[in-house]
Design a protein around this ligand. Sequence first.
Ligand code: TTP
Ligand code: MG
Length: 363
Amino acid sequence: MLVDLDYFFAQCEEKRNLSIKDKPVVVCVYSGRTEESGAVSTANYIARSYGVKSGMPIYQAKKKLENVETIFLPVDYDYYEKVSGEVMRILRQFADLFEQVGIDEAFLDVTLRTNGRFQAAKELAERIKNELKAQLGLTCSIGVGPNKLVAKVAADQNKPDGLTVIEADNVEHFFSPLNVERLVGVGTITREKMQSMGIMTVGDLARYDTQKLMETFGKMLGIYFHNAAQGMDNEPVKERTETESLSRIATLKKDSRDTDFIMEKTEQLCTELHVAIVDQKVSFKTIGIIVILNDMSSHSKSRTLENPTDSLQTMKENVRDLFKQFFDETMLEARRVGVKISNLSHEKESQRQLTSFIQRNTD
Ligand code: TTP
Ligand code: MG
């Protein structure tokens, strides 16, 4: 399934200020040249009903909303990132395999936990919607399908607050009347080109001569369009660690080279990191410390373990050792200290489930 948050940046703004919810809300990227220069990042659905869209110049949006009390706000990426983190943390719990694809979108492979049953997937999607609503007060649109492409197109079908389930047998029926630009990878230029070839709908594209598609768009894209138009897609949901490493750093209450005093602060950092890795189901193999000394010079020291682990105890022990070693080599005091883990790997749980699933189904 694909989960896509509705009018995300504007919905985040509504979340922190409920009083704007019943008004048009337009989130803007101000370029700073003049007071009104810049573009619309996104808008809530009330503003959209006046014709406001992502990418539109701000003055144009203002014109469309001329006599309407409208809330214009500047983008606040840090805040949206934070909300996004909370959303993803919830979504991840519902997936066998999880792949975030944008600030407000993620693919969830739920094949194992639903035994491949669409009815169960639909119920799961409803639970996800309820959970996001209850915990964060946010709405999303979900598409469920036999593959990523169909799930994505389905998610776009009923917005906002939609849920669209397309079973394998229904893909052709669902896809063929759609305008071609609904397909992932068909932008304005491609759409115009296709229209000039008489291809208006996905069905038209599905029936179009593959050879000619390849001649017009190149071999790779031609084949892609041909397959995509039939709803065919074999891309797996790819688990990935968003970050190669995770770190936390903090300022000490006073400059120090006392390992016990430093460990008091550092143990907190370890605990924070531990929460993050348990959450993301990752293990680390390399652990390091970061030290900024009172002469403002910055240092790091790390060691690589024999095997990956997610143990908090191991983390703390190694960090303490590293600090001891570090202060053997310097006379200065630390001002800021940090912990960094790298060489991250996903725990094998999803892998194991997948293998047993494949085995079960090929027996
Ligand atoms: P989208 O998911 O494409 O849009 P949306 O969440 O605002 O609306 P929808 O209900 O249709 O899903 O993009 C996610 C965020 O990315 C969006 O809230 C703001 C940002 N964005 C831009 O800044 N510029 C753009 O042109 C687009 C499309 C999105
Ligand atoms: Mg969205």
